[in-house]
Design a protein around this ligand. Structure first.
Ligand code: COA
Length: 137
């Protein structure tokens, strides 16, 4: 039985990133990202943090879903789905009368179907081009 929490330490976050081979970010940058997230969810099994996801939202119409990670030893057990659904529920809870909020995710290659099952639209499509990004160093 997994426990879901609304916090995540810098150490656990960096370990999860490392577990799936994502690029290193320094503790200061990791802490800043976590501190400025509007919603964080983590999954814990017997004291070990095995998954995370977070949302930051401009308090207007754009929210960004980021860092959806499940430790490879725990993948395929519904943890990712549960965490993303809770992130969506958080945004739903912020909607006011007449509002609409777009949740954006830049899916890693091969993960598109995971997000489609949760209601996201793959880009490019008939209306939208591909997502684009840029790193600054
Ligand atoms: C992507 C990731 C978060 C999925 O988490 P998970 O806990 O393994 O996924 P779940 O067990 O919750 O799967 C939920 C559903 O998505 C499906 N699914 C999961 N990964 C999938 C994939 N890569 N392609 C297609 N379907 C996938 C599952 O089969 C399941 O389908 P079902 O509801 O019909 O049974 C996890 O594989 C991961 O951490 N990967 C490495 C990091 C990463 O790339 N994160 C995404 C960044 S955008």
């Amino acid at each position: 039985m997994f426990t879901y929490c609304n916090n995540l330490s810098v150490n656990d976050y960096c370990n999860l990133r490392e577990s799936v081979g994502w690029p290193f970010i320094c503790d200061e940058q990791a802490r800043s990202g976590l501190n400025n997230s509007d919603y964080i969810i983590s999954c814990v099994d017997k004291g070990k943090t095995v998954g995370c996801a977070r949302i930051f939202w401009d308090k207007g119409y754009i929210a960004y879903l980021a860092d959806v990670i499940v430790d490879p030893e725990y993948q395929g057990q519904g943890i990712g789905k549960k965490m993303v659904q809770e992130c969506i529920n958080y945004i739903d809870s912020q909607l006011k009368e007449g509002w609409r909020i777009k949740i954006v995710i830049v899916a890693s290659k091969g993960k598109e179907m995971f997000y489609e099952k949760l209601g996201f639209k793959t880009r490019p499509n008939d209306n939208d081009g591909p997502g684009m990004d840029m790193w600054r160093e």
